[in-house]
Design a protein around this ligand. Structure first.
Ligand SMILES: [Zn+2]
Length: 291
């Protein structure tokens, strides 16, 4: 029997492919870089092999290649204090992935290495460490992580450290210490400068931001931040901050999380969750029984 292909479906497919094609071409021509992926935190818990195609999760080497992603900065992060051991565990796991798939992924620490990996058709993998709590208030831990390939340190995550205030806590008035960088925080920035590790200002409070810019002798970056003028989220960057990053010679990489780029997102999320409260409770209960 001959299959009939509905005309309207064909039209939709044509429209989709005419949009998808330029994106695919662009991804194939350009060196596509993702400067912040919290991949290893989930990976060490799930134990799945992200070298192979996976049905769940947002990342594996197969789908990344198909999407034209050339460079991935693996953000090494955990959501509580005392993260140095976990940081090393995540780096171990990444390096084990690289050992298992040396023809598909290589760790790099500079632009030349990055270009070489991409020219060889491999994903260039870099390490960024997110959250000052990962160094547990120790400068020597910065040295150790830099030796393992850390290319940036995000001075705070949503939580402040004793030496740097975060955007979330500065805005919510939850600070235990004075806002900004204290003397130790300034030493952290100087040590990063000395080691050639980029100072990442995503997540940091405004006071910390300006203190860090003042102390840093090298360009600063924001690895995953969006624009406050478009969506007034505490951890988005105000125009004056964007200009400061540019003035330092640094770059801001846009965070595409819907809540940071779409000012109506949180209101829609709230009404959606209220509408499906019963279903959500059922799903959450189910997940608990699985875990
Ligand atoms: Zn983050």
């Amino acid at each position: 029997m001959k299959t009939k292909f509905p005309a309207f479906l064909l039209l939709i497919l044509c429209a989709l492919s005419s949009f998808a094609q330029p994106v695919k071409i662009l991804h194939e021509r350009a060196i596509v870089v993702d400067t912040h992926g919290d991949i290893m935190f989930n990976q060490i818990r799930s134990g799945i092999d992200i070298g192979k195609r996976q049905a769940t999760g947002n990342f594996d080497l197969v789908r990344a290649k198909e999407g034209g992603l050339d460079v991935q900065v693996f953000s090494i992060w955990c959501d509580h204090t005392g993260g140095y051991a976990l940081a090393n565990q995540q780096i171990d796991s990444l390096q084990s992935l690289i050992k298992r798939y040396p023809d598909r992924i290589a760790q790099v620490t500079d632009a030349a290495g990055l270009r070489q990996a991409v020219a060889e058709g491999k994903m260039a993998a870099l390490i960024g460490v997110e959250g000052g709590h990962m160094i547990e208030n120790r400068l020597d831990y910065i040295d150790s992580l830099a030796k393992r390939g850390m290319t940036y340190l995000t001075l705070t995550w949503n939580n402040s450290t004793p030496w740097a205030s975060s955007a979330a806590e500065e805005v919510l008035g939850k600070l235990r210490n004075k806002a900004g960088l204290n003397a130790f925080g300034k030493k952290v920035v100087k040590r990063l400068n000395k080691l050639g590790v980029m100072v990442d200002l995503s997540h940091v409070g405004e006071q910390t931001f300006y203190d860090a810019v003042k102390v840093s002798t090298r360009p600063v970056i924001a690895s995953h931040s969006s624009v406050y003028a478009l969506n007034a989220v505490p951890r988005n960057l105000k125009d004056s901050q964007l200009k400061e990053v540019a003035k330092s010679g640094g770059v801001v990489f846009v965070n595409f999380y819907s809540g940071f780029i779409d000012s109506g997102y949180y209101a829609r999320q709230k009404s959606f969750l209220a509408k499906y409260e019963v279903e959500l409770k059922e799903l959450t209960a189910d997940r608990k029984s699985v875990v």
